[in-house]
Structures are given as C-alpha cells and as structure tokens.
Design a protein around this ligand. Sequence first.
Ligand SMILES: [Zn+2]
Length: 274
Amino acid sequence: MPIKEDFIILMPLYEDMELTDELSNWVKARTQGMISGTSVPAKTKGRFDCFCPQCHEQSTFISTETKSIVNYSYSNNRRMIKNEIFFFSYACARDERHKIEIIIKIIDKKIIKIGQIPSLADLQVKFSEKISKALGKQIVSEYGRAIGLASHGIGIGSFVYLRRIIEQLIYFAYQKALEKGSVNQEKYMKAKKIQDKIKILRKELPDILVKNTSLYSILSKGIHELTEEDCLRYYQVVKLAIDLIIEKYAASIEQEQILKNMEKEINKIHSVLS
Ligand SMILES: [Zn+2]
C-alpha cells in the first residue's frame, strides 16, 4: 500500500521513523525536479481528507507548495547528501487561506517530522463550529492539549487539562447561577469539596456531570497519585465522559440562545399588537 498524505500529517513530531523505500518514494514524488531552496509546485499533487480546524468540518487539503533545503558533505571529492529538510504546504479546498504546513527532515536513513501547524492536537479536536463557540477558545485549546499530551504518552498532563475543563464548566455554571440569583453565594464559597459545589449548581450543569461527580475525583487522583500508565489506561473512558459533558453543555447553551431570541421576538410582536 502506498504511503498516504494523511499518514505524514498524522505522524507525531520528533519521533524518527526508518526511511523505507515507500517513504522515500513519497518524498521523491512530491519534490520531483526541485532545486535546493527553490519553491516549485510538486508534480504529483498530494491530497488528503482531514478535519479543518478553521472550517470546523471535514475537508480536503491539496498540496500547494513544496520547498527543500539540502546540505551536502564532501569526502574524497565526492558530494554526499548530509541531510535534507522539506517543507510541505496544503490548502483547504473550502478556503485556501486554511493551511496545513509541515516540515520534515531526512537524516541517516531516518525521517523525522520537525514542525507542523496546526498542531496534531488541533487537527484532532473535531468540534463543530457550534460547540467550539459555546465552549470558548480556552476550553477548546485545553481540550486539544489534553488529546495531544495523551497521544504522546503523557497521561498525567492530559488529566490536568481534562480536570481544568470541568473546573471551567463549573465556574461558568456559577456565574450563570449568580446572574439568575439562584445560588447562595456564601453557601457556595463555604463548600470545600468540588462534589458539593457541583451539587449546589446542579441545575446549571449537565446531568451527566452531576450524576458522575466521581469523574472529578478520578482526574484528581490521576494528577496526584496515579502513574502515567494508569492515567493512559483510564484516559479513553474519562475522555468519553468529558466529550458527553461538553456536548450536553454546548446543546444547553444553544437552547438558551434560541429561547432568548424567541422571547425577544415575542415581546416585539406583543408591543406592536398592543
Ligand atoms: Zn477549511
């Protein structure tokens, strides 16, 4: 099976891989006829399907630009390639300003990805525009970090970011309850355990979080007591729970917005009619 573009895009950073004939052919096919340091569109147009973090949708990315830097070493009057660095740029078919750019280095029969934007984590945060908007930039970016860390085998770090997501949702719920005047501020401040705070804010939080307060304890235990391996072992289940909480939260924000707009419109009609 030939190497596909998305294999190169989804390769983690800094992990070297053996430069197999297949990988070597992939690089050659996309840099054919190129002179060092010049930018020539690749003859073989690479394309692949991938989530576009800017469209918030699955899209197709098409190769638009390839550059190379080749360093040589000389021994006994023979020129040998010391190392090669390649830059690949791909543009989203929906909007060419949406780019995925990667830098690959080939050295000693090894291929290493040394740069990529957007990050692997950003490409894996497959939230719709609606959910991203409801969550806000900070949660979306921390969710991306949690995924990115777990995919690099860093379980404890991943748990830190997942726990922060829950803490931020609780904070948003508290702010909302304050606005509505539905929370006793003193009682809330006095509650030491997060489980008690969740209980106080139960009307403002997704049911799944209210019913599963142990999720927060698991994340805390992960951060303070468990090993990297333990955190990675529990990661999938914990992430699934966070995903469900996020979905419910985003849906409730959307519903509130619809309700608000509807009330506004009804008031407008009422004032016209009365
Ligand atoms: Zn796009």
